[in-house]
Design a protein around this ligand. Structure first.
Ligand code: HT9
Ligand code: FE2
Length: 394
């Protein structure tokens, strides 16, 4: 028998683990989930209660778990089509299945080498190091029980051609819908804008996320999508990068503007609040009539998308008399899933000692193994000792 023919392309790994935030599955889950999500993170009680209300409005069910399962299944199918028999499993930071429980279940099946794919396409403490710490803590607890696991993780994937292609098509579809018709009338387009939206983070966390920092990572995607739209439409839509889901105490600066403040400013004909002006694309000083919100910071329809954008920002737009569309998230677009499979395969190829090539069209790949200080936590004076991590130099 030829051993090469039976070798899994993802060898020497035993499993692929999609590591995500998690969310409640029913009304009784909401409060304990919120306590997990806010524990020791300086989120004020009134914010906890407010966000719990967002979940209860949806019957206590976050869409995240169903979306994650869809992506898990799509990625498993894509990896299987590429010849891998590895299981693809989910582990969450804040709700079942918890990271530690998933790892224990894998270990019980004799699986020891775990290839990790993080839910965030972008690097930041919340989207990168905090997950590496969650894994590090779980691994340390399992090690105490005599279970030794090893980990390697896929790199941030906002630069991948599949993510960019899917996000561009979603933006184009919502733009066409707003401005009317295939390429839209340029008149209609002139008083419409794109609001690219991502999760706000504290400005101190932004600075530690790079280089390129969190904002710069997002701007690279905005600029790429707008350049592709320019090619398709013959003109470049005006755009801004704005934020949603700010939490934390009032006195701590977070990335701004919030999407709702941004919409108010646009309706009033004020200056663009975001970063698009720096890209040279502005619609002049006039009031804006229509806005396309593009949730490019989220890969699927999380609560931030279905509440913060589809309910709250949509209501703000309606009150202001703005036409409003929300572009689809990339979800399980097959080009996106294919790029995810590619970044997963990059990890195995590196482990096998092969030269690892990014997909053609990648905007500039990140290293898979985090450098020292990558996405460093912002240390508070009374913060507990740093947590153990995996998948990096520190
Ligand atoms: C960068 C980033 C991502 C993207 C990367 C990734 O995907 O991981 C993300 C994802 C998510 N955040 C989520 C939910 C929440 N985030 C919170 C709080 C916070 N998020 C932060 C940042 C991020 N968050 C930060 C700096 C905080 C402050 C406290 C802290 O440092 O932790 C809180 C507490 C209440 C509140 O303050 O809003 C909740 C409930 C859900 C689940 C949604 C669903 O159920 O569909 C998802 C996918
Ligand atoms: Fe990192």
């Amino acid at each position: 028998m030829n051993p090469a023919a039976t070798t899994d392309p993802l060898a020497p790994f035993d499993a692929v683990m999609y590591v995500t935030y998690g969310g409640p599955n029913g009304p009784d889950d909401v409060l304990p989930f919120m306590r997990n999500a806010t524990a020791g993170r300086g989120v004020p009680d009134d914010r906890l209660i407010e966000v719990a209300g967002h979940y209860q409005r949806f019957g206590g069910v976050s869409p995240i778990n169903e979306r994650n399962e869809e992506l898990r299944a799509a990625l498993a199918a894509e990896l299987a089509a590429r010849g891998s028999a590895l299981p693809v499993v989910i582990g969450n930071r804040n709700w079942h299945p918890f990271i530690k429980d998933t790892l224990a279940a894998l270990a019980a099946e004799g699986k020891r080498r775990i290839l990790v794919l993080l839910a965030s396409a972008y690097a930041s403490y919340s989207g990168c190091r905090q997950y590496r710490e969650d894994l590090g803590v779980a691994a340390a607890e399992l090690a105490e029980a005599g279970i030794e696991l090893t980990f390697a993780k896929a790199r941030p994937y906002y630069t991948t051609p599949g993510f960019l292609a899917a996000a561009t098509d979603a933006t184009a579809a919502a733009w066409d819908d707003l401005v009317g018709g295939d390429s839209g009338s340029e008149d209609r387009a002139a008083d419409s804008r794109i609001a690219f939206v991502t999760h706000s983070i504290p400005t101190s966390m932004n600075a530690n996320a790079g280089p390129p920092d969190y904002v710069a990572q997002h701007l690279a995607v905005c600029e790429e999508i707008v350049a592709r739209l320019h090619e398709r439409l013959g003109y470049a839509p005006a755009w801004d990068l704005v934020y949603c889901s700010r939490s934390g105490p009032e006195h701590v600066p977070w990335l701004e503007p919030d999407i709702n403040d941004h919409l108010s400013e646009l309706a009033a004909g004020g200056a663009a609040g975001g970063d698009g002006a720096a890209g040279g694309a502005t619609s002049g000083g006039g009031a804006v009539r229509g806005v396309v919100a593009v949730p490019m910071g989220f890969t699927s329809d999380h609560m931030e998308v279905v509440f913060d954008l589809d309910v709250e920002a949509a209501e703000t737009a309606a009150e202001l008399g703005l036409e409003y569309r929300r572009a689809a998230t990339v979800g399980t677009d097959e080009r996106f899933v294919s790029s995810l499979a590619h970044v997963v395969q990059e990890v195995a190829a590196a482990e096998q000692g092969q030269d690892v090539e990014a997909e053609p069209g990648d905007l500039g790949p990140w290293p898979a193994r985090c450098r020292a200080g990558c996405c460093a936590a912002v240390r508070h004076p009374h913060a507990p000792a740093p947590r153990p991590t995996v998948c990096g130099a520190d």
